[in-house]
Design a protein around this ligand. Sequence first.
Ligand code: 5RP
Length: 267
Amino acid sequence: MEWGMANRMAQLIQSDGHALFLPVDHGYFQGPTRKLEEPRKTIEPLLPYADALFITRGVLRTSVNADNSKPIILRVSGGTSVVGKDLANEGITTSMEEVIRLNASAVGISIFVGTDYEKESLLNLSKLVDEGTRYGIPVMAVTAVGRELEKRDARYLALSCRIAAELGARVVKTYWCEDFEKVVTGCPVPVIMAGGPHVDTELEVFEFVYDGMQRGAIGVNLGRNIWQNDYPVAMIKAIRAIVHQNATAKEADELYNSEKKVKAKKS
Ligand code: 5RP
């Protein structure tokens, strides 16, 4: 691997081989989604606990100070919205020149395997990998399911992740599922887990993150289950403990509850 690519990968994946990415890119198709209405307010308290930020150029420019030292993964696919015809019909929104100008460490793009736009999204990924390779910029592929959340099973996710890796993604972001090791084993590049819609209890999140890590994920790219929580800092600290300190789900839950208590007392 060329030095620039290796250096950027090392910024993203920490020396323990694990990573906690914080995605705040949801507005690119969801608009001002709940608790991300004012991105700066959401991002600032969480940034110290994230290894990298997954973000569009618009929110980066307006809502993150330029003296930020956390690596940036720039979301560079889009062009669709929740009220449009088909979320899968994405294109590449941001040039490689802009990626370099913004000093991003990586780029992220969604692929939509099994949809009407499968081919376009996969060719977009390939094109981005070619351009990224030219400049030493790693590509993170996001195995998107759009509104079809029921697609999140090991067979489908293993298929999507493997295709993303075959086309040159350096990291693949996917959903946790039962038998998650099948997804990881079939994917020759590091796999990280997204969270999906906000779930009912924190323990459920800690349990799937812990299980996924035990089955070979290198970390998370977890958004709504952190920043839509009433105690987002407590939540990110607890998830960080699983990712970087090998905490169990129960230990993470205890940490969350004690951080929550401290915060509740202060306010
Ligand atoms: C949405 C994304 C997010 O980065 C991804 O889904 C992770 O966020 P969450 O944990 O909220 O699902 O690709 O555009």
